[in-house]
Every structure is written in structure tokens, then in C-alpha cells.
Design a protein around this ligand. Structure first.
Ligand SMILES: O=P(O)(O)OC[C@H]1O[C@](O)(CO)[C@@H](O)[C@@H]1O
Length: 544
């Protein structure tokens, strides 16, 4: 797996820098005027997704240079290495095989001597059987009542994926079983969930890859004590708690029977785990059939990613356009703006996927990177964002590339709504790209002193994703698209997108500070003067 250590020293990078300088003044108006076919030509259709990337300031030459760069970075080889199960997560010496989680039954993939696809389907079958029991009422709570509420306790990748997808696919959910998610160690997260739950009818799914994550264990312990207190019997745990984890030992130590544990493997990264057993609460909500449709959507995008040439490879194209914005146009952030209320958690999900993966500043071999890596990813559903932060995108001082995601058919076709929503989606992309010149503003009879204020520079890049409707399969395609986009960018930047050492320091310090906050005696504080003062102030105020 040869890879240049420093992508910025390659001739391909230099060629892009030169090209960026030569085209820096070119506007989207000019690009569209020069090529009347541009809007239909710079678009790609993969599965159910039609993706128009024509409103990014790229030309055929830009895309050619970017695909050259991807080849120089070894993208095709790295993609193959990932799918084959090589240990491309070198700092943790692990394979990266979330794609195996959605490989069809019977696909052969032996990794480290183990047929991983067979293992995946064993767990999927167990999940399906269990979900079926819960949904049909065959699985009963300790007192014999049906389960009507499923509470997923997890954080990060053990929360964001299932939560995002449960919200996204709510129209496919069984209304007889409601879902809740608890992630924050803040007691204000779990307290209202417990207050609203009937212990006799509640099932807790404790999802944690490691089963050592302090937030999750704290919340799970609180839930367990609540349940035992309410039902007056410790053995009630067996019917009200299941676990999703790679760590059977810790699951057993917590008091959950490992017969009620759904496993996964160290080759599934937390933020890439929503199609592992981490999806159990989602499967209970939408049912095994819809869940498998979602997996098929993931798999369709995986296959496209593995087989399509870079020039027509959707995840690679979006990744490379992102590299163009980040490294050659200096854009520090990337907005994701779904025009669907059901995708309200999608930006939050992508924040972890992208920022935990590509928020890195050393290359695979530990050298400092010489180029900017992952952007800040953020967003909210439209049209709400339009009435909040779009002002900055339209007229602020920085360029914010954005992905706009829309659907031809809504889940709830309330008369008078959907065409308006879509009109806004299309109008925003148009306004951001082409703006409004001072001459156009003047031509409307605007007073001269207001002309500058009412002018829109345009040239704000957007990629528009349009799908027929937000089905489980479409959601799978969308998520896999972003997973692979993030990976390609990581390969170009020469970083490891699959570790997350940057989350460790804060965890360690919190472990030290926790006992200092709770100690009866004034602790001897050895932090910096700011942290010491804050601890003292908190202790004083808390103790009254
Ligand atoms: O599933 P676990 O092991 O509880 O981890 C939860 C999350 O914590 C992290 O390790 C970050 O602290 C994420 O990568 C992960 O998704």
C-alpha cells in the first residue's frame, strides 16, 4: 500500500494550485454562460440519488486534475484495501469493514482467518428474531406486559446513527412502540425519559462498542436502578435490558445476560457502526424488512464506490470537490442542509462521521500534515436555516460550500407544502450560485445607498442531492455516500480516518476532576489556576 507521505509535494497538487490561481476569478455565472449544457452534464445518478454538482466552481479541467490527485494519493488502491479487509486503520491495527455489515448473505470475505460476512448474518438473524419477538409482543416484560417503549442508551456512534435513522424513517415505524434515545451524561437527558416511561413496558438497549464509555455506563446504571426499584426485583433486568457491544465480559459484569447481547467486531468503527448491531433499536422500530431494505441501499452505494471509475464515482467526486473547496479555495466549513424534517438529525450524524474521522493533523506515519484537513461540518434542515444563518452564506465574508438534500415526494404530502419546500431548495441553490449584481439591484429602482446592501456576490458552491423519497434504501445510499466521501478525503490528506485519539485527553482529565468535585474534604488541586478556580467555585456553589 504505497502512498506519498506528503500530498502537497506531488506534481498533481502543484498542478491544482496553479489551476486554482488561474481560475480564481471565474464565476459560476461565467461557467454556466460558457456551457449551456453544464447543469445537466455535471450531474451523476447513482441508484436513487441524482446529484447535481454543477454549481460548484469546478471545470472539466479541475475535475481531471482532482482525479489525478486522487490517483496520486492511491485512492483506488486504498479503497480495495479497505474492502479486502486489510488493516488500514494502522494506529489501532484494525481492518475497516463496515461495508461487510451490508454485504449480501453468502458473500465470501475472510479476514484474519474468519468469514466475516457469515458472522454478520448470524447477528442480523438474531437481531431480526429478537425484533420480531418484541414487535409481535412475544417478548414480554418481567410482569408479562408487552414492550411499548424502547430506550437506546449509547453515545457518539452508538447513538447518533440509530437516532438519526429512527427520526428519518419514523414513517416506517410501528406506532405501537415508541423510541427514545439517551446519550448525555447530563441527568437532564435521562430523567424525563424515565419519567415518561412505564417500567413494565420499557426495554433498554445499552449500546456501547467498548462497554466502558462512562456516559453510557452511568446512564445504563441509572436506568437499571430505576427499573429494579420500580419492579422490586433484580431479575427483572433480564427482560428489560439487552446489550449491543464487542465486549461480552463487561456486558456480563454490568448484569446483562450475554444471551441477550448482540455482538459486533473491532473492525467496525463507532461512527461507522449504524449497520452493525448498533442498529438494533432502529430495527425494532422499523422492522427487519425495512432494515434490510436500508442495508441493501448501503450495499448498492458500496458496490458503486468499489467499482465505478473515479470520474463517475459519486463518493469520490464529492470528496474531491470538497478537497477543492478546502485546500484550493480555503473554505473552512461545510454545511449540510436537508430539505426534509425527517433528516433533522442528519447534520449531527455527519458531524461525528466527518469531524471525528478527518479532524486530524498528522499523517499516517505521524508527520505533521502540510495541508488543511477536515472542515467544520454543520447544518440544519431548510427552510428553518434560511431564516437563521443563510444570511451569512449569502452575504458573509467567507465561502460556505453546502450540500442541499431534497426529495420529490414527502412522507406526509400535506396539501400546499411540498412544492413550496422544493421551490425554496431550488431557489437557494440558484441564489447562492448566481447572486444578484449591483446593476440588477439598481435596475429594480433601489436607492443608491442600499445597492451594496442588496447585492449578492453569488458564487457560493452547492451540491444538490435529489431522491424520489426518503425510504430506508435511500437513507442507506445517502449514509454510505458520506461514509465513503469522508474516507476518500482522508486518503488524499494522508491521514487515518478511522482512529480518534483526540477524544482521549478530555476523558482522562474528567476522570481526575470528577472525584475532586465530589470530595468531602477540600482537595489539593494541582491543575492550572483557571481550572483550580473553577473547581473551587463550583464546589462552593454546589455545597451551598
Ligand atoms: O460505543 P462506545 O464504545 O460506547 O463509544 C462511543 C463513542 O465514543 C467514541 O469513542 C469517542 O469518545 C466514539 O468514537 C464512539 O462512537
Amino acid at each position: 500500500m504505497s502512498q506519498p507521505h506528503d500530498i502537497s509535494t506531488t506534481p498533481q497538487w502543484a498542478a491544482l494550485e496553479e489551476h486554482a490561481a488561474a481560475t480564481s476569478g471565474t464565476t459560476l455565472r461565467e461557467l454556466f454562460a460558457a456551457d449551456p449544457e453544464r447543469g445537466g452534464r455535471l450531474a451523476v445518478e447513482v441508484g436513487d440519488l441524482y446529484v447535481d454538482y454543477s454549481k460548484n466552481g469546478v471545470t472539466d479541467e479541475t475535475l481531471r486534475l482532482l482525479t489525478d490527485l486522487a490517483r496520486a494519493a492511491g485512492v483506488p488502491e486504498r479503497v480495495e484495501a479497505m474492502f479486502r479487509g486489510e488493516h488500514i486503520n494502522t494506529t489501532e491495527d484494525r481492518a475497516v469493514l463496515h461495508t461487510a455489515l451490508r454485504a449480501p448473505r453468502g458473500t465470501e470475505l475472510v479476514v484474519d482467518g474468519q468469514d466475516v460476512v457469515a458472522d454478520v448474518h448470524d447477528v442480523l438473524d438474531r437481531m431480526a428474531a429478537f425484533s420480531g419477538q418484541v414487535r409481535s409482543g412475544q417478548w414480554r416484560g418481567h410482569t408479562g406486559r408487552r414492550i411499548t417503549r424502547v430506550v437506546n442508551i449509547g453515545i457518539g456512534g452508538s447513538d447518533l446513527g440509530p437516532k438519526m435513522a429512527t427520526v428519518a424513517l419514523a414513517p416506517y415505524a410501528d406506532p405501537a412502540i415508541t423510541s427514545a434515545f439517551v446519550s448525555n451524561v447530563d441527568g437532564d437527558d435521562i430523567a424525563p425519559v424515565l419519567a415518561a416511561a412505564d417500567p413494565e413496558e420499557t426495554l433498554f438497549v445499552v449500546a456501547s462498542k467498548t462497554f466502558t464509555t462512562i456516559e453510557t455506563i452511568t446512564n445504563a446504571t441509572t436506568a437499571r436502578e430505576w427499573l429494579v426499584a420500580a419492579l422490586g426485583d433484580r431479575s427483572a433486568v433480564a427482560k428489560h435490558f439487552v446489550a449491543v457491544s464487542t465486549n461480552a465480559e463487561q456486558v456480563a459484569e454490568f448484569g446483562i445476560d450475554t444471551a441477550n447481547m448482540f455482538g459486533f467486531w473491532d473492525w467496525v468503527g463507532g461512527r461507522y457502526s449504524m449497520t452493525s448491531a448498533v442498529g438494533l433499536s432502529l430495527m425494532i422500530a422499523i422492522g427487519p424488512g425495512h432494515y434490510r431494505d436500508m442495508l441493501a441501499g448501503f450495499h448498492a452505494m458500496d458496490t458503486h464506490f468499489r467499482t465505478a471509475p473515479l470520474e463517475r464515482n459519486l463518493p469520490a467526486l464529492l470528496a474531491l470537490i470538497g478537497v477543492w473547496h478546502r485546500n484550493f479555495r480555503g473554505c473552512a466549513t461545510h454545511a449540510v442542509l436537508p430539505y426534509s424534517e425527517y433528516l433533522s438529525r442528519f447534520p449531527a450524524y455527519l458531524q461525528q462521521l466527518d469531524m471525528e474521522s478527518n479532524g486530524k493533523s498528522v499523517t499516517l506515519d505521524g508527520a505533521p500534515v502540510s495541508v488543511q484537513t477536515g472542515p467544520v461540518v454543520w447544518g440544519e434542515p431548510g427552510t428553518n436555516g434560511q431564516h437563521a444563518f443563510y444570511q451569512l452564506i449569502h452575504q458573509g465574508t467567507q465561502t460556505v460550500p453546502a450540500d442541499l438534500i431534497g426529495f420529490v415526494h414527502p412522507a406526509d404530502d400535506v396539501p400546499g407544502h411540498h412544492d413550496q419546500l422544493t421551490a425554496n431548495l431550488l431557489a437557494q441553490a440558484e441564489a447562492l450560485a448566481f447572486g444578484k449584481t449591483a446593476e440588477e439591484v439598481r435596475a429594480e429602482g433601489t436607492a443608491e445607498e442600499l445597492v451594496a446592501h442588496k447585492t449578492f456576490a453569488g458564487n457560493s458552491p452547492t451540491t444538490l442531492v435529489l431522491a424520489p423519497r426518503l425510504t430506508p434504501a435511500v437513507l442507506g445510499q445517502l449514509v454510505a455516500l458520506y461514509e465513503h466521501k469522508v474516507f476518500v478525503q482522508g486518503v488524499v490528506w494522508g491521514i487515518n480516518s478511522f482512529d480518534q485519539w483526540g477524544v482521549e485527553l478530555g476523558k482522562v482529565l474528567a476522570k481526575a476532576i470528577g472525584p475532586e468535585l465530589g470530595a468531602d474534604e477540600e482537595p489539593e488541586l494541582t491543575h492550572d489556576s483557571s481550572t483550580n478556580a473553577l473547581i473551587r467555585r463550583y464546589r462552593q456553589a454546589r455545597r451551598g
